[in-house]
Design a protein around this ligand. Structure first.
Ligand code: URA
Length: 207
């Protein structure tokens, strides 16, 4: 597919996802959050599901995890608009705690509802490489549970015919930095290196 056709197909898919999933929103959620960036990019970053900031703004990875991700990209000499950034689940998974709303892992029904759209999103973009951010994205794409401590930094074949590297989710790094700064620093370095290798494999950076 040519670049302009990809842009048109992704825009049509965005409208379709919004139509299909908006009726499932509860009063706690604002909107469906589709992918963002350049749909002709050779590199796609895949997260889990939107959080509260993403739900408000309608853009993936704009909250604290997104800030960390954006900073790492900048350190590598990459801009967000050179990539496609998305989530396997397109709606913020919430739970109530007292008066406040918290983020929880997406359940099977939420994953099932978003799945066909995520598959079509990747099929349209057909990147050269995927970065799977955290266990949920990895499980959703690879079809099995992943042990991140053993398998991060490794490349896998995917049903999309696109190689994927598995790495930490930025929110895990943030939590670790808060609990154990040295470990957090190590995880951040590993994460940066995984993104760098993926960008190199996709042809966005030199090896
Ligand atoms: N975490 C994710 O997995 N995706 C987002 O968009 C934000 C936080």
């Amino acid at each position: 597919m040519k670049g302009e056709d990809k842009r048109a197909a992704i825009e049509a898919l965005r409208q379709e996802v919004i139509q299909a999933l908006s009726p499932l929103l509860t009063k706690d959620q604002t909107q469906v959050v589709f992918g963002a960036g350049d749909p002709t990019s050779p590199l796609v970053l895949v997260g889990e599901a939107p959080g509260p900031q993403e739900d408000k703004q309608g853009v993936p990875f704009v909250g604290p995890s997104g800030e960390l991700l954006t900073r790492v990209l900048r350190e590598l000499g990459l801009r967000r608009d050179q990539l496609w950034i998305t989530n396997v689940v397109k709606v913020w998974p919430t739970r109530r705690q007292g008066r406040s709303l918290r983020t929880r892992p997406p359940n099977a029904a939420e994953r099932r509802a978003s799945r066909p759209f995520f598959e079509r999103e990747i099929a349209i973009i057909r990147p050269r490489a995927l970065v799977l951010l955290g266990g949920t994205a990895a499980q959703e794409v690879l079809g099995r549970r992943i042990k991140l401590t053993d398998e991060r930094g490794k490349w896998f074949d995917t049903p999309f015919g696109v190689p994927a590297i598995v790495t930490f989710h930025p929110s895990y790094i943030l939590r670790l930095q808060g609990m154990a700064p040295e470990e957090g620093e190590k995880a951040l370095e590993a994460f940066r290196d995984d993104v760098r290798r993926a960008a190199a494999r996709a042809g966005l950076l030199k090896e």
